[in-house]
Design a protein around this ligand. Structure first.
Ligand code: SAM
Ligand code: DTB
Ligand code: SF4
Length: 330
């Protein structure tokens, strides 16, 4: 076996690339060992997504079906009434989710949008769920208001490496995103930040993205790794999918670089076999989006996820402070 390298900080791009290039069995052995030291390897955290404001977004993110600049089949709609959001959250909770994540197709919210979103947050928290929102760029004041409303997590992805970023998004910069993430931290919320694989990036870009995340102080509590969902009409619709074992390697390296983070196997999971998902869980993924829709595209059937969990002997992770997870049929 290749000698176990030093698996501690400080990381450099070269050291991260060495992990990416290691024999797969060694990489998995190292990442799984770290995973077991920080988490129960047989527990997975379940988050359910809801698009609270769909489509018509002014940004040009080349992967995104909700950009008004791309001719996709997504229809733009208004912010949902609070009752619709609460009903979806109730259903997610009854199905076994512990976190409810509300996504809006904004460049950033207007202050009056935030009034509605704060209503959602209060109502969803009152059910006893953890709350997450992804609303784009925030000002200091907006981050402060969300923190005071009790929002637990804010999702804002870097998406890819600093170098590759301009190929993917031109309407807001990598530094704009880092600034929003600093504001989220300052307002006392947990950070959920990750990226997308399969956009034509190189291994060096995946390594640089993970390094950027790991060097945040502190690193994100939650790291979503999405496989591009290629939506017809978006500029990236024709990209080659990320090779499955490259996805597994990225999960493993994320686990090694951010031992205490929940690494989420996010969009693109419905295109993965059970075996590939199982390998991702072994490599260190311990969270999924649970629910039959992501924001605008389909996700795995919940029944299929419950069957997979039974097959793998995996249980839903309990919410902090709760006695039991309530996955039906568990
Ligand atoms: N508008 C807000 C923003 O961009 O920050 C929040 C919603 S946006 C849809 C949230 C994230 O979803 C994006 O940053 C991106 O990482 C992910 N995403 C969007 N479209 C995707 C796709 N087709 N495949 C995979 N991930 C996607
Ligand atoms: C994240 O990293 N992935 C989620 C969530 N954060 C908001 C979004 C995935 C969107 C996939 C395409 C769609 O359904 O529109
Ligand atoms: Fe708009 Fe967010 Fe989609 Fe970019 S990712 S186009 S900001 S909804």
């Amino acid at each position: 076996m290749t000698d176990a390298p030093d698996l501690d900080r400080p990381w450099s791009l070269e050291r991260v690339l060495e992990l990416f290039r290691a024999p797969l069995n060694d990489l998995l052995f190292w990442s799984h060992g770290i995973h077991r030291r920080h988490f129960n390897p047989n527990e997975i955290q379940l988050s359910t997504l809801l698009s609270v404001k769909t489509g018509g977004c002014p940004e040009d993110c080349h992967y995104c079906p909700q950009s008004a600049r791309h001719a996709t089949s997504v229809e733009a709609g208004p912010l949902l009434p609070v009752e619709r959001v609460v009903e979806a959250a109730r259903q997610a909770q009854a199905a076994g989710a512990t976190r409810f994540c509300m996504g809006a197709a904004f460049r950033g919210p207007k202050d009056r949008d935030l009034d509605h979103i704060i209503e959602y947050i209060r109502a969803v928290k009152a059910l006893g769920l953890e709350t997450c929102a992804t609303l784009g760029l925030l000002t200091d004041e907006q981050a402060e208001r969300l923190g005071q409303a009790g929002l637990d997590f804010y999702n804002h992805n870097l998406d890819t490496s600093r170098d590759y970023y301009a190929e993917i998004v031109t309407t807001r910069s990598f530094d704009d995103r880092l600034e929003t993430l600093r504001r989220v931290r300052k307002a006392g919320m947990h950070v959920c930040c990750g990226g997308i694989l399969g956009m034509g990036e190189r291994m060096e870009d995946r390594a640089a993205l993970l390094l950027e995340l790991a060097e945040m102080d502190p690193p994100p509590e939650s790291v979503p790794l999405n496989a591009l969902v290629p939506v017809p009409g978006t500029p990236l619709a024709g990209r080659d999918p990320v090779p499955p074992l490259e996805f597994v390697r990225t999960v493993a390296v994320a686990r090694i670089l951010m031992p205490a983070a929940h690494v989420r196997l996010s969009a693109g999971r419905s295109g993965m076999s059970e075996e590939l998902q199982a390998l991702c869980f072994f490599a260190g993924a311990n969270s999924i989006f649970y629910g039959e829709e992501l924001l605008t595209t389909p996700n795995n059937e919940m029944e299929a996820d419950r069957d997979l969990f039974r097959t793998l002997g995996i249980r839903a992770e309990m919410q902090p402070g709760r006695q039991e997870a309530h996955v039906p049929g568990d």
